[in-house]
Design a protein around this ligand. Sequence first.
Ligand code: 0GY
Length: 290
Amino acid sequence: MDADWLEFHPDPKKPDFVLPPGAVDAHCHVFGPSPQFPFAPERKYTPCNAGKDKLFELRDHLGFTRNVIVQATCHGKDNSAMVDACRAGGDLARGVASVGAEITRDELARMNEAGVRGVRFNFVKRLVDATPRETFIEIAEKIQEFGWSIVVYFEAADLADLEPFLKQLPGIIVVDHMGRPDVAKGADHPNFQRFIQLMDENENIWTKVTCPERLTVVGEPYDDVVPFYRRIVDRFEDRVLWGTDWPHPNMKSHMPDDGALVDYIPRIARTREQQHKLLVANPMRLYWDT
Ligand code: 0GY
């Protein structure tokens, strides 16, 4: 692994917040383990191993029932580790893949049968080399017959440029980590207001209210990110998802305790109804009822 790589928390606390029955960790990854699942030659980072057994152990420890395993860029378009984890998880796991335009219908069908229900389009320059938008459109068209959704990862400064493209995409679009707002600028900043407006005007756009540990400027317990999540959850409670982001790729400042992250949930989804939608109803509708 990279010399400055931070490994996931070895001993997360048991959360005080009791998750509702059937709760879904809708944003997590597996890394390897290599050499069984080698990392991609074109990767931008080399992580520690963090395989499915560890992920499922964490799921049970925290009190989740299900996982949505999102392909991590360190595995490029080789989805084997993620698909293997989905197969091992059975009906308790779903996946989101990274694919190229050359993907065939048979390959998509095989992944669908393993539990994959979406693709991820990544625009974060430190993670991937750029993909032409026409390629993403081609992929988006190919997945329609399977009813899959699309996860999009970008940073706040890129939203204005990406908006026309996002509006062009068919089906449900899920924006990772609220489009990574610049928390130092505050929730009233035009960039975050633009993101809210995008969700207001496009009912097919969902978001993950995830990763306070990445977005915070002041650090734990991430008080500065709370207003951002509340604005989104209060306004779009039927279009939000939550996940741990385990094993937390590329964290440099600190490694969060996953149990403490679960304890953060009632700060951002404040009623039992919001919590149920965020953790159960919404992810089930998107990833299991299709
Ligand atoms: C995340 C965030 C990151 C990495 C990846 O696939 C990935 O490598 O998603 C990041 O470095 O911000 O959502 O896990």
